[in-house]
Design a protein around this ligand. Structure first.
Ligand code: FES
Length: 571
């Protein structure tokens, strides 16, 4: 085997070799572990403040078991962990920061390959982005979804159930005591959100990209199979190092196309659009917003999981998981069958005989769960650089709609006015929220699925057209237009919308138009003033350099990869 990268540290003689090895020996490692065997970094996003990843120290032990078995030397290291439900102003604000931590931790340390332990929403893209910029042999392992939530005899999906029940409380259909009781029933085991939210979507993307062993997306966190997968992952990365199977050989254009197809077929999160574009930017694969529409929007949704359907990830696992979906896509001649995966096999070889055990959970391509899925990309004078909507989570009758805009200039204004009974709004209106994009919030928070006014909910109405430069939780639903580019804080047309303007949404024709004259818009543009810049710190760096959602909301100077070489020694 060729001399490994870690030997630039541990294979040295003299003072430098002494320094690199000797301090490691304070952990009790015998001298022969530095003999040139593959050193495997286990990149861990464990944190008690990231409850979805709180079991990762245990999971890492199974990975390490596999690494030892295969003759490698595992070394676990922490990176910034992003807890979706805990971090303010939004975990997305820190995705790029965490990716820098990952990239520099990998590059700066003596490892030959890396296992990425990912779970909660932003922990997956941040690790993939950082690892892509280094391009070592890399394998992903998701932490797995929670068991299904259970409340009063029915399933309760994380996230999705919160939005549903809070609307029921506000419309008077649910008592506050019941709502409080449900809080203790929703999230009842280790793992990440068990709906097809962003975490499960991104775990599916990891598998569809070929970056994990088959089965990664759906095995529940507490199922013994998850630990088995961890151990096999540990074994596999050692061989990947020996084969020099680096990340850029896996995440090719074909792999991204498979991810887009899979995202449509699972009814996946709109957040996958931003994350996949950002990962592609790091590894150097051209990927555009329009690719999602061209490749995915004519596909049916096969998977009957919340928020598009009724089941949960535990059911998806029992039905056969993502391999069944990929097999369906392959049999429909859509899957890029020759895309290589981390186990050294093509994706088609991995899934060609995947059995399905429940056709109500995973429908066949010939009898889909929903005829139209994927992400529709809208353009028009309100979104010159694009906006997205997830038709499978929207109300069909609202996909073509013209209505009067009711504008909220900020999330604070929205919260202060939405339940005001005197607010001039009804179900035919279009709710518009500004200044929640990458720069404006900052961090592009998941506030695009604005709650409906209580007086509309009381009429039994559960959906209205909503438009913003924000994102939406993958667990949410509704006729919600997101990621409007350019965002309001950049002076995009969204900034120029006034209450009372008419907006026309036409999803079948991919159009989003503000019906206001050019002269009026020009006048409003000349009156628009940009928000003040943050004074210092990460917020300043982020706002100065973050790109728009159609470019993946990465920092402009992080795009691309620079490999894993570090020429200089530390002493
Ligand atoms: Fe972590 Fe949903 S809050 S995955």
């Amino acid at each position: 085997m060729k001399k490994l990268r870690s030997q630039e540290w541990y294979g040295r003689e003299g003072r430098d070799g002494f320094v690199y090895r000797s301090w490691m020996k304070n952990q009790g490692w015998p001298h022969d572990l530095f003999d040139g065997r593959p050193v495997i970094g286990v990149c861990n996003t464990w944190s008690e403040l990231t409850p979805c990843n709180a079991h990762f120290r245990e999971l890492a032990e199974f990975v390490k078991r596999g690494v030892w078995e295969a003759g490698g030397f595992p070394l676990e290291f922490p990176v910034m962990s992003l807890g979706e439900t805990q971090l303010r102003p939004t975990a997305m604000f820190f995705r790029n920061l965490a990716s820098m931590d990952v990239e520099e931790s990998i590059r700066g340390n003596p490892m030959d390959g890396v296992v990425l332990l990912m779970g909660c929403d932003k922990t997956t893209p941040s690790l993939l982005m950082g690892a892509a910029s280094c391009d070592l042999p890399t394998i992903g392992l998701s932490g797995g979804p929670m068991l299904s939530g259970k409340f009063h005899g029915r399933d309760l999906g994380s996230g999705t159930g919160v939005w549903q029940m809070s609307d029921e409380v506000r419309s008077g259909k649910m008592k506050m005591e019941e709502f409080l009781e449900a809080e203790s029933c929703m999230n009842r085991s280790k793992g990440h959100c068990m709906t097809m939210g962003t975490a499960s979507t991104m775990a599916s993307m990891v598998e569809a990209l070929g970056m994990s062993l088959p089965g990664n997306a759906a095995i529940p966190a507490v199922d013994a199979h998850r630990n088995t997968l961890a151990q096999l992952t540990g074994r596999r990365i050692v061989q990947m190092v020996q084969d020099d199977l680096c990340m850029s050989k896996i995440v090719t254009r074909e792999a991204f196309e498979n991810a887009i197809l899979a995202n449509a077929a699972i009814g996946g999160s709109t957040n996958a659009v931003i994350h996949l574009i950002a990962i592609a930017g790091r590894i150097g694969v051209p990927l555009k917003l329009t690719d999602f529409d061209q490749l995915g929007s004519s596909l049916p949704c096969l998977v009957n999981i919340q928020p598009s359907g009724k089941y949960l990830m535990e059911d998806f696992f029992y039905a056969g998981g993502l391999p069944v979906v990929l097999r369906e896509l392959g049999e429909a001649s859509l899957l890029r069958r020759d895309a290589l995966t981390v186990n050294g096999q093509t994706i088609w070889k991995n899934v060609t005989e995947a059995p399905c055990w429940n056709r109500d959970v995973i429908h066949p391509f010939s009898e889909p769960f929903k005829a139209h899925a994927g992400i529709a990309v809208l353009r028009g004078n309100l979104a010159p650089d694009g906006a997205v909507i997830k038709p499978s989570a929207a109300s069909p009758q609202l996909l073509q709609h013209r209505g009067r805009a009711v504008v909220f200039e900020s999330i604070e204004e929205f919260h202060s006015r939405i339940n005001d009974e005197s607010l001039d709004i009804d179900e035919s209106c279009v709710m518009v929220l500004k200044n929640c994009g990458p720069r404006g919030y900052p961090g592009m928070a998941e506030v695009g699925n604005m709650m409906l006014p209580a007086k509309v909910l009381r009429k039994g109405i559960t959906d209205m057209v909503r438009i913003s430069d924000a994102r939406m939780s993958g667990t949410a639903y509704g006729t919600v237009v997101l990621h409007v580019c350019p965002e309001a804080a950049m002076g995009g047309p969204l900034a120029l919308v006034h209450s009372g303007d008419k907006i026309r949404l036409d999803v079948p024709n991919r159009s989003l138009r503000l019906e206001v004259s050019e002269e009026t818009l020009a006048r409003r543009q000349s009156e628009w003033r940009p928000p003040t810049m943050p004074e210092r710190g990460w917020q300043r760096l982020y706002v100065e350099h973050v790109m728009q959602a159609d470019k993946g909301a990465d920092l402009d100077f992080l795009v691309g990869r620079s490999g894993a070489q570090v020429a200089r020694d530390s002493h």
